[in-house]
Write a new protein. Structure first.
Length: 262
């Protein structure tokens, strides 16, 4: 056993959706810092371009901008096609793009329920489907490709906020992860999910600004998640260290779900 290579992701080809902000950016930074070649996709081309330039300048890995609107089926398919113009395979697909909506049960609009479920759940299936030729191109029993879905602790326990579609989409994503893991293992593709708790993402910015002290008081480890916490988990799943982990939902929340205090 070579411990120096156990978490090695150097030169792996990685696609991170929503890789220009929040948790997606944290994961992207981790892979680039570890020497991977990371493609980032979101609908905001300016953000993708800026992040790609900044992270490539820092190295030692490379970051490439491939903007796409992940809420649309044809854009998921186009993204896979664009990636195939640059690469002959894909080692790691990180499905992180997502959205949220908060409204009382009597006011919750049907179109927003559809919007959240489509981006957070349906299009993750669509993109995985579109990327299968790249994911299987060089996968093997000794070196399986990986799909890492970013779920949420809100998909494990109901949140106090009225984010009905969000929590439902993440619970569904956790289950989809397990279903895909069972189906794709024979293709040498491992599928896992990460269920983050509180991190400094765009989605959580307003909540943290208003309630950070209260939130931290209910986290057993006493702090908000740091970039290293989420990036390290993704790198574990993408490396040799995680090559026997399949169909798992790894909770990264400082103990919130275990304590049931938040």
């Amino acid at each position: 056993m070579d411990l120096n290579k156990l978490f090695d992701v150097k030169d792996k080809v990685v696609l991170v959706t929503g890789g220009g902000r929040g948790i997606g950016l944290m994961i992207t930074q981790g892979f680039v810092s570890a020497g991977a070649k990371v493609y980032i996709a979101s609908r905001t081309a300016k953000v993708c371009d800026q992040v790609a330039a900044e992270l490539t300048a820092k190295g030692p890995g490379v970051c490439v901008s491939l903007p796409a609107d992940l809420s649309k089926l044809d854009e998921c398919q186009r993204l896979a096609q664009e990636l195939a113009k640059h690469e002959d395979h894909l080692d790691v697909l990180v499905c992180n793009s997502g959205t949220n909506y908060n409204a009382g049960i009597n006011e919750y609009p049907d179109e927003m329920f559809d919007k959240v479920l489509t981006l957070n759940l349906k299009r993750i299936f669509s993109l995985t489907q579109a990327c299968l030729p790249l994911l299987t191109a060089k996968s093997s029993a000794a070196n399986p490709s990986r799909v890492i879905n970013i779920g949420s602790i809100d998909g494990i326990r109901p949140p106090v906020q009225a984010t009905f579609a969000y929590s439902t989409s993440k619970a569904g994503l956790h289950h989809l992860t397990k279903h895909l893991a069972a189906q794709l293992a024979e293709e040498h593709i491992l599928v896992n999910a990460i269920a983050p708790g509180a991190f400094r993402s765009k989605m959580m910015a307003a909540t943290l600004e208003a309630f950070e002290d209260v939130i931290v008081s209910k986290i057993p480890v006493g702090r908000i998640g740091e970039p290293e916490d989420i990036a390290g988990t993704a790198i574990y799943l993408a490396s040799r260290a995680g090559a026997y982990t399949n169909g798992a939902v790894l909770v990264v929340d400082g103990g919130v779900v275990a304590s049931a205090k938040m």
